[in-house]
Design a protein around this ligand. Sequence first.
Ligand code: S3P
Length: 441
Amino acid sequence: MPDHIYIKNKIKSFKKKIKIGSDKSISIRTILLASQAVGTSEISNLLESEDVLNTLKTVKKLGISYIKSGNVYKIQGMGLNGFNISKNTTINAGNSGTLARLILGLLVRAKFKIKLIGDESLSKRDFSRVIKPLRLFGADIKSRNNLLPIEISGTKYLRPITFDEKIGSAQVKSCIILSALNTPGITVINSKKSRNHTELMLKFLEYPIKIKKEKKIERISVRGLQQFKAFKYNVPGDISSSAFFIVLTLLSKKSEMIIKNVNVNKSRIGIVKILNKMNAKIRLKEVRNYNGEVIANIHVKSQNNLKSINCPENLNSSAIDEFLIIFLAAAKAKGVSQFKELGEMNKKESKRLDLGINFLKLIGIEVERYKDNIKIYGNPDLVLSKNFEIKNFLKDHRIFFLSCITALTLGGKWKIHDKKSANTSFPNFLKTLKILGAKTN
Ligand code: S3P
């Protein structure tokens, strides 16, 4: 099977109710926490994407067994630090920065040295952000230039830390929280705001974690070494996957879509806030609480009257994975949009800020860049008719999705490589497009 697709026609108008892939961040966290719980946890609707399957493989290598029965994964947790680790174990996080950073947190007390590796993209990403706090806990870490492969040796002599997390990275925050579970005493993180699924899940598990909201930071205190019981969790839809379908609907003619059961946790809905400021009329309906998270159905309609935005910087972290597709909306909006301090985008699966800018230029949009700030000169009349080929993007799934949505809404004849990259976060992406009537082959 070739690893590329062709898109030669725009999508026709559609009116549909769809389900989207389950949330990747939550899927990974349910597995990791289930591995530390006492007893058998039951996770339904787990996202079966590569990042999540690599999380299952990783905990299995560390001695945790699981079975799948129907739609439910039953994971046999052995309690805190219950991994059964053999000598010379290597774990492979594949493409997943979240898995790589969070699992290191659970290994601070490991009996033997563990080697962590990843794919080409992950091997280019910087791990100093987690190596620093892990060393403060007392773990011994070997890595050349803060890159993978990393060798971590745990210790019985862990000490709780107080750490100022200044990046606003949920991966760093979660790595520290997971280390704190295995460490005696109280660990404190003064954290710049970022997605908070780990904290919410621990609260739902009645784990002693305290969160104090201050002006710009959250002070998170975690008491270590407290066992918690196995749990049941039904994973909701992913707003980051929904984002591509939201913009597809906005930029298509006479179309409407409802996306069912999506996690709309405040720390994740920057995309909705940003697009609504641009005149999209996205509505969250049937809003309900679930185990500390918030779930809703997302209602969206075509909007050929998008306007530019001066994007408030405080929305950056809640839309960090969505900026590529937000840039496409800005490209079709009236006026000049501004986005600031997006350097973190270049630390993702690819250098996404650089690639995003190149992509916009490729489709004929004027972009100005100053450091990590950009201006996008929107063109509501933009229509494409040329041939486009998208390749060499380090198999970044979100660049693949962006290319497909651009082709389906703006036209042109497209050849898009690395189709398999969709499996990282949303294996049913092309099937879902097909349900809406898109032709890709
Ligand atoms: C994630 C956090 C974000 C995000 C990533 C998933 C998570 O990374 O970009 O796709 O599940 O914690 P950072 O925390 O490094 O910003």
